[in-house]
Design a protein around this ligand. Structure first.
Ligand code: FE2
Length: 358
């Protein structure tokens, strides 16, 4: 937008703001294209200058696009009802975890899993589920919210991996309980903004052992306990607590790991909109897929990318396009079609990437 003196105004210019008299009376509304008559009108009202759109105004606001998509989801009826159900399940989880950890009350895992299943089933498609999850704000009680989200994502991974019903239940429970040990860590430390000191990080890392210790006395599938202890292990040996390699890590823990990392990257924070799924896929690809179970990570990322097949997206240069073909070698860089019909293969388009789903 630029201010132009009235004697320099030309036909065809577009007003970026209302043109008003000194008393505030609107003479021509913003958005109108100036004609000979309207320019004469401005001089008749003794208006000395007007704000005109320039090239900067024509560019889409790339930074606000993810927020716009997020806004669209949040205003949907589905999101409103999901949010209510999510909150109810969350408070049940909170009461159950706190009752067990603080007072030794029985932990009704079957009831909790059935509540997670109901919430999962309330979403008709995986797109709907991820749209909901990406837009749930984490609160200070983020341990419970994170456990619930990881349980839902684990269930989706299980479905995509075509496991049987019993495995699906166990996997859902493994996701739900994986971080229960964080209740033993002070909240101020978990929510500390900025970097941990070495001592603080060592304490935070203890949550896997605390989770295992809390679950060990319970009559639960052993995989659920192992997932709690090993969900921060990585297949390339770079994880903790023991730096195990792939074959030493429980298979359920390997699935929980992916759900855990994905939720951390895509949950909306108070300081940022959720990351676009293609940015998340790119992050996974950049950090190295060898850190994760090959079968699970490929199944997961393939399905996530497929979820957004044919979707409208915003490119990092401000143009919008449709995804027309996925690239199995670079899932974050599909072939997209611009509005003029031309196609771009993002895997060979330099730094051009998908900035947002629209
Ligand atoms: Fe964890």
């Amino acid at each position: 937008m630029k201010e132009v003196a009235s004697y320099n105004l030309k036909e065809g210019m577009i007003l970026a703001r209302d043109a008003t008299t000194r008393s505030g009376q609107v003479v021509i509304e913003k958005g109108k294209t100036l004609s000979k008559q309207s320019i004469l009108r401005l001089s008749f009202y003794n208006i000395q200058s007007a704000f005109i759109r320039d090239e900067e105004d024509e560019k889409p606001d790339v930074s606000s696009a993810p927020a716009a998509y997020s806004q669209k989801i949040k205003q949907s009826q589905k999101f409103q009802s999901f949010q209510i159900d999510h909150t109810i399940v969350l408070s049940q989880i909170k009461d159950s975890f706190e009752g067990y950890v603080n007072n030794g009350a029985p932990l009704d895992t079957e009831l909790l899993v059935s509540r997670v299943e109901e919430l999962f089933d309330s979403c008709k498609t995986s797109l709907e589920l991820f749209n909901m999850l990406h837009n749930m704000h984490s609160s200070d009680d983020s341990v419970y919210g994170h456990c619930l989200n990881v349980a839902l994502i684990c269930r989706q991974i299980g479905k995509w991996s075509k496991v049987d019903d019993d495995t699906l239940k166990t996997l859902t429970l493994a996701g739900l309980l994986h971080d229960i040990g964080k209740l033993k860590i002070p909240n101020e430390l978990l929510n500390k903004p900025g970097k941990y000191t070495d001592e603080e990080y060592a304490l935070v890392k203890m949550h896997t052992q605390y989770s295992y210790d809390l679950l060990a006395p319970l009559d639960l599938n052993e995989h659920v306990k192992a997932a709690a202890l090993y969900h921060h292990e990585r297949c390339d040996g770079s994880g903790y607590p023991n730096g195990l390699s792939k074959d030493e890590i429980d298979v359920y823990a390997r699935a929980v790991t992916i759900a855990d990392v994905y939720d951390a990257m895509t949950t909306a924070r108070s300081y940022r909109a959720p990351l676009c799924p293609f940015e998340v896929i790119e992050k996974f690809e950049r950090e190295g897929l060898q850190r994760y179970d090959t079968k699970f990570i490929l199944t997961f990322l393939n399905h996530i990318a497929n979820t957004y097949q044919n979707h409208r997206i915003l490119l990092s240069d401000g143009r919008s396009a449709n995804i027309v073909m996925l690239n199995n070698q670079h899932l974050s860089k599909p072939i997209v079609q611009l509005d003029d019909g031309s196609c771009i293969d993002l895997s060979t388009a330099g730094g051009l990437h998908i900035q947002a789903v629209l």
